[in-house]
Design a binder for this molecule. Structure first.
Ligand code: GLY
Length: 442
């Protein structure tokens, strides 16, 4: 029997739990969650409900249940050093140590690493701890991106043209960020289409999973505030309709060089997921940021397609034997749409913002994969919190039918819910293709 500890309580961890349980090995899954996800709980032998900063309690739970290895889902426990803590107790993890998780938790660490090791993909960038020098730095740039140098749950990036318009407003945004964070990263803005490349890494070998496109904006047509991600799709040929094969290869090549650089820089092997958020520009692929974990929602696109035993992959990541594995995915398309409360993602002073929990009902949804996120199962039914509630994933031979499966299932979820009906549709995909053609000058 292999005893696995999963840390995390979202839809990403629900799909990880499902993928662990699909293993041909005899698996006992133990879960540590900060709130009770009924999907994960139903797959677990035992659940510990605690905060992700409570390393002692998590460590005790892992020791009591003689855990063989842990899988860390979200960034918070990585940032809290749970991997280091478990390592000291003799329990290895799929997930980097606190120091290596800087790949996600410190944008400056990653930008400086690429620069030092001469790895392509960086924009012009600088980190500032005061407003001094920002005006001069941004003056020659066509467009500017500002972000805190720290964790922001995918919602901290402010882009000129989207979130603010002028250079003066860029400086105002920097000022706001510096009120809450010790430093602000200011970068050149790229024009292009984004893709997520989630790579498995044992410290030496890096293996890409199929690319996925996420949709950060809250409303149809890519309007409204940034969210953690409203939905995502992947394609049966393991590319994306606006990508060239060379684009994915470029993202993977950058990630391989980064894995090598991390080892050279720290003397430590990175074991876990390196999820590169890339953008294809007129001049090639550029790096927006790395995350030190699977994407949410992107994990729901790729893990259900995994043909290779995930537990074997986890052990290879830990043992450093990924190079001996042939990791395969089904040639299917996937469309994931997140069901969210109506007020999700809106600023607190917005008239539709609402943080009360509402009841939802899930009727018959047999042809679709459902992954629970921020829902609470009470005696009288299922309640949403104020965050993303359920990931609905359609899987089929092509994108069109995967989208229809996902959309068709959403009518079976009743309550004050919202979602983005445009994700995965021909209309939106064609817009992406057209945009990329214009960028490439075709
Ligand atoms: N899909 C965005 C994230 O996982 O951070």
């Amino acid at each position: 029997m292999i005893r696995v500890l999963l840390i995390g309580n979202g839809a990403r961890e629900h799909v990880i739990a499902e993928t662990v349980k699909r293993s041909a090995h005899d698996i006992a899954l133990f879960s540590c969650m900060k709130s009770n996800n009924p999907g994960i709980a139903s797959l677990s032998e035992e659940v510990l409900t605690t905060g992700y900063d409570n390393r002692e309690e998590i460590g005790r739970f892992a020791m009591e249940n003689t855990i063989d290895f842990a899988i860390i889902g979200p960034e918070d426990p990585l940032n809290n050093g749970i991997v280091d803590f478990l390592k000291n107790e003799g329990i290895p993890s799929v997930g980097p140590t606190k120091s290596l998780a800087r790949l996600e938790t410190s944008k400056a660490f990653t930008r400086n690493l690429l620069e030092k090791y001469d790895i392509p993909g960086n924009p012009q960038f600088r980190t500032f701890s005061s407003l001094e020098g920002i005006e001069e730095f941004i003056a020659p740039l066509d467009g500017v991106v500002v972000k805190p140098d720290g964790l922001t749950g995918g919602k901290g990036v402010m882009v000129q043209g989207d979130h603010f318009q002028t250079k003066d407003e860029a400086i105002e945004q920097c000022e706001k960020i510096l009120e809450k964070h010790p430093s602000v990263m200011v970068e050149e803005r790229f024009e292009g289409e984004e893709f997520s490349l989630q790579c498995l890494c044992d410290g030496v070998t890096v293996v890409a999973t199929p690319p996925v496109q996420d949709h950060k904006r809250r409303f149809v047509g890519d309007r409204g505030p940034n969210t953690g991600g409203m939905g995502s799709y992947s394609v049966e040929d393991h590319s994306l309709p606006f990508l060239k094969k060379a684009d994915v290869a470029e993202g993977l090549a950058i990630t391989r060089r980064v894995a090598e650089a991390i080892y050279l820089e720290t003397g430590e092997y990175y074991k876990g997921v390196m999820y590169g958020g890339f953008i294809v520009t007129r001049d090639g692929v550029r790096l927006l940021e790395y995350n030190a974990r699977f994407g949410d929602p992107e994990a729901m696109n790729i893990l259900p397609l995994l043909k290779t035993d995930f537990v074997d992959i986890c052990r290879a990541v830990i043992d450093g034997t990924l190079k001996d594995m042939d990791i395969e995915f089904e040639n299917k398309a996937t469309v994931c749409k997140y069901i969210v409360p109506m007020g999700y993602g809106l600023p607190a002073d917005h008239p539709d913002a609402d943080s009360t929990s509402s009841k939802i009902e899930v009727l018959d949804t047999k042809d679709v994969n459902l992954y629970y996120s921020s829902v609470d199962k009470k005696e009288d039914g299922l309640y949403m919190t104020s965050s993303r509630a359920i990931g609905v994933v359609g899987i089929s031979d092509n994108l069109d039918s995967a989208e229809k499966i996902a959309e068709g299932a959403i009518v079976s979820i009743k309550g004050p819910i919202d979602h983005r009906p445009d994700i995965g549709t021909k209309k939106l995909i064609n817009k992406r293709i057209q945009h990329m053609k214009e960028i490439r000058g075709q």
